[in-house]
Design a protein around this ligand. Structure first.
Ligand code: ZN
Length: 400
């Protein structure tokens, strides 16, 4: 006897509508709608509406969300954003971090996110304050949303006194991935060497902030491709921003994109931040400042998008609803066809699950029973109409 049966579901990667059955938090039954229904303790009638295995928010900063009211001046460049945030961080308390992070998680859950990867800052200012707070939230919210925590040296590793040891300590505490930011340290190669060594020692994936500029010579991605191969970490490395590649000559960018795909490196575009901070030196032909998504897609790299920041010096926008970012991403990448809408929904689900190494994600026998039903009858409407979540289940248990 099934615990739960979703009847007449429209979903991505299924041609026909299907029925999906759950037992003990796992998907154990999938058949086309119209097949004889197996017995179930509870039936959810989808009536042809879209049901997805939950959105993945693949890159977000919880502890520095909602800072606008604390700011005395506005940031107009990446360096100013880093500086203003570093100053504000001195005032953060654990309670304050927990309160703002909880608000973000609430918004994410309401918009249909069931997995979330957050970058949590460790440095001489915060030390392990944010790490402790977010680890507690990971535990507290486990029945509603799965958190992956990246230990993130936003202020650099070698230009800080304790960042290296704090990163290691946070992995011992339970961080899930090793972060990095080679453009904010004394030497990019040295920074990357440390990150790759650390990831190897703790057997963790890597998730880096890189090449956030319009300068076509900012290509730490080339060093990252080499190291990914050298350390045999294909599929375990993600890079965010990489906007400089968008300013590289087309044929050269295409070759790099092919190498990214070959190394299995996941690329995360962060449109709200990338559009806001880049292109500011252009007075004509003003660049959008995004990574070249179409070239990456054509070369079959796993390229996705995420929120990054909510209302802080880096990005004074953001609602916490990932579908708002999806809409922005669709417009700025000119992904306007019906097929593009499917690709965007795939990025929010299966493609981002691949980046987050979520092996039991998705509608398959043995898959984790995360299911979110939207008030929409087709995938394009999920993107275009911002439908509300009718109901959602995490590990087979009702969330909304
Ligand atoms: Zn970020």
């Amino acid at each position: 006897m099934l615990d739960l049966l979703f009847h007449n579901v429209k979903s991505i990667h299924f041609i026909n509508n299907v029925d999906i059955g759950i037992e003990g938090g796992i998907i154990t039954y999938i058949k086309d709608t119209g097949s004889p229904m197996p017995p179930a303790k509870h039936v959810v009638e989808a009536d042809g509406r879209v049901v997805l295995p939950g959105f993945n928010e693949s890159h977000i900063h919880l502890e520095k969300a909602y800072l606008l009211q604390k700011m005395e001046k506005e940031a107009t460049s990446l360096q100013e954003a880093i500086q203003i945030t570093a100053d504000l961080k001195k005032t953060f308390t654990k309670e304050d971090i927990t309160e703002r992070a909880t608000r973000v998680l609430g918004k994410c859950i309401q918009s249909g996110v069931t997995n979330l990867r957050c970058h949590v800052e460790v440095d001489d200012i915060l030390q392990l304050k944010a790490m402790e707070s977010i680890l507690e939230l990971k535990e507290k919210f486990a029945n509603l949303i799965t958190l992956q925590i990246v230990t993130f040296p936003q202020e650099g590793i070698f230009i800080q006194q304790h960042a290296a040891e704090l990163m290691e300590e946070s992995l011992k505490m339970g961080a899930d991935a090793v972060g990095g930011i080679p453009y904010n340290d004394r030497d990019s190669s040295e920074h990357l060497d440390y990150v790759f060594h650390l990831a190897e020692r703790y057997n963790k994936p890597i998730d880096l902030h890189i090449d956030l500029s319009d300068d076509p010579d900012d290509l730490s991605i080339l060093d990252i491709i080499d190291r990914t191969k050298k350390y045999h970490m294909e599929g375990k490395v993600s890079v965010a921003h990489m906007t400089s590649l968008g300013s590289v000559e087309h044929h050269k960018a295409r070759k790099i994109a092919a190498k990214i795909a070959d190394a299995g490196i996941n690329v995360m575009a962060l449109p709200a931040t990338d559009l806001y901070l880049n292109g500011r030196g252009d007075f004509e032909k003003i660049r959008r400042g995004l990574t070249p998504v179409s070239i990456l897609l054509e070369e079959r790299a796993n390229v996705i998008f995420a929120t990054n920041n909510i209302q802080n010096p880096f990005t004074p926008f953001g609602t916490g609803n990932i579908l708002d970012v999806a809409y922005l991403f669709a417009e700025v990448t000119r992904m306007g066809t019906k097929e593009d809408a499917n690709t965007i929904i795939d990025m929010l689900t299966y493609r981002s699950a691949k980046a987050l190494n979520l092996t039991s994600y998705g509608f398959k026998i043995g898959g984790t029973a995360d299911l979110v039903m939207f008030d929409a009858k087709n995938l394009r409407d999920v993107l275009l109409t911002q439908p509300h979540v009718v109901c959602s289940y995490k590990n087979g248990r009702k969330v909304i």
